[in-house]
Design a binder for this molecule. Structure first.
Ligand SMILES: [Zn+2]
Ligand SMILES: [Zn+2]
Length: 239
C-alpha cells in the first residue's frame, strides 16, 4: 500500500465552486485534474502551490467537457510546454456548447483552443509515477469519465458522483438513465474504501455513498458496520 504517498491538494474555482485537484506521488511531478481556475487570484493560488512544492504538471485530466472544469486548460497547457489534456472525445459537442453555457452565467467564454488527447474506457494513464485508470461514466455528459488511482485508493469522480448527490442531468446532452447505470455498474461496486474526490463539494468514500447517497436510495444496500472514523483525509482542503 502506498496510500500515504499520494499527495492531493484542492482549490475551489470560479462561480460554480468547482474543485481543481493537484495530485503527485513523486517529488517535482504532478497532474492537474479539472483546472477550472478562472480569476487571476485562482490562477496565482495554483501557481503558488506549484512553486511551493516545486511541482511541474505533466498532464491535465478532464473528467468532462463542462466549462467550469477547464477554464485554465489552455493557459496551463501553453505554460507547461504543451502537456497533454486528456478528455473523452464524446464530450466534444459539450465543449462546443461551453461558451453559451458560461455566457448565461455572465462568465467569459472559456478558451477551448487546447490540444486534446482522447481517452477511452479501461485505459490506464501512467503519468508522473501514478496510474490513473479511465472509467467511462456517461450520463451527466456523454463523455464523462472518472479517473481511479487504484493503489492509492482515490478516484476523481467529476460531476458523476458527489458526496450525497449525483450529477445533474437536466443539461443539453445529459441522460439520467445513463448516469444511474454508470454509477451502479461502474462505480458503486468498487472497493468501499476508495475515497472519491468530486468536481464540487466535499470528499466521501464509495462505501459511504453506497449506503447513504439519497439519490441512490432505491439501490442502497443495508448498512454494513463501517468505521465512523473514515480514513484520514489525504486532501488538505483549499490551497
Ligand atoms: Zn459538469
Ligand atoms: Zn461541474
Amino acid at each position: 500500500m502506498r496510500k500515504d504517498m499520494l499527495n492531493i491538494r484542492a482549490l475551489t474555482c470560479n462561480l460554480l465552486q468547482e474543485r481543481l485537484y493537484v495530485a503527485w506521488q513523486e517529488a517535482g511531478r504532478c497532474i492537474i485534474a479539472d483546472p477550472g481556475c478562472y480569476s487571476p487570484a485562482e490562477i496565482s493560488a495554483l501557481e503558488d502551490l506549484l512553486a511551493q512544492e516545486s511541482l511541474r504538471p505533466e498532464a491535465i485530466l478532464l473528467t468532462h467537457g463542462h466549462f467550469d472544469h477547464f477554464f485554465g486548460a489552455k493557459l496551463l497547457q501553453d505554460r507547461f510546454g504543451g502537456i497533454p489534456v486528456y478528455m473523452h472525445p464524446a464530450d466534444e459537442a459539450v465543449l462546443g456548447y461551453s461558451a453559451d453555457m458560461a455566457g448565461r452565467l455572465g462568465l467569459k467564454a472559456p478558451d477551448t483552443d487546447f490540444a486534446r488527447t482522447p481517452v477511452q474506457d479501461g485505459q490506464v494513464l501512467e503519468i508522473a509515477g501514478m496510474k490513473w485508470e479511465v472509467i467511462a461514466t456517461p450520463g451527466h455528459t456523454p463523455g464523462g469519465v472518472c479517473y481511479l488511482e487504484r493503489e492509492a485508493g482515490v478516484m476523481l469522480t467529476g460531476d458523476t458522483l458527489f458526496a450525497g448527490s449525483i450529477g445533474r442531468t437536466d443539461f443539453l446532452y445529459s441522460e439520467y438513465d445513463d448516469e444511474i447505470r454508470s454509477i451502479m455498474e461502474k462505480l458503486i461496486l468498487l472497493d468501499p474504501d476508495i475515497r472519491i474526490l468530486p468536481g464540487h463539494g466535499p470528499t466521501s468514500t464509495i462505501g459511504h455513498e453506497r449506503t447513504h447517497n439519497p439519490f441512490l436510495e432505491p439501490f442502497n444496500e443495508p448498512e454494513e458496520p463501517i468505521d465512523p472514523e473514515l480514513e484520514p483525509v489525504v486532501i488538505r482542503g483549499d490551497i
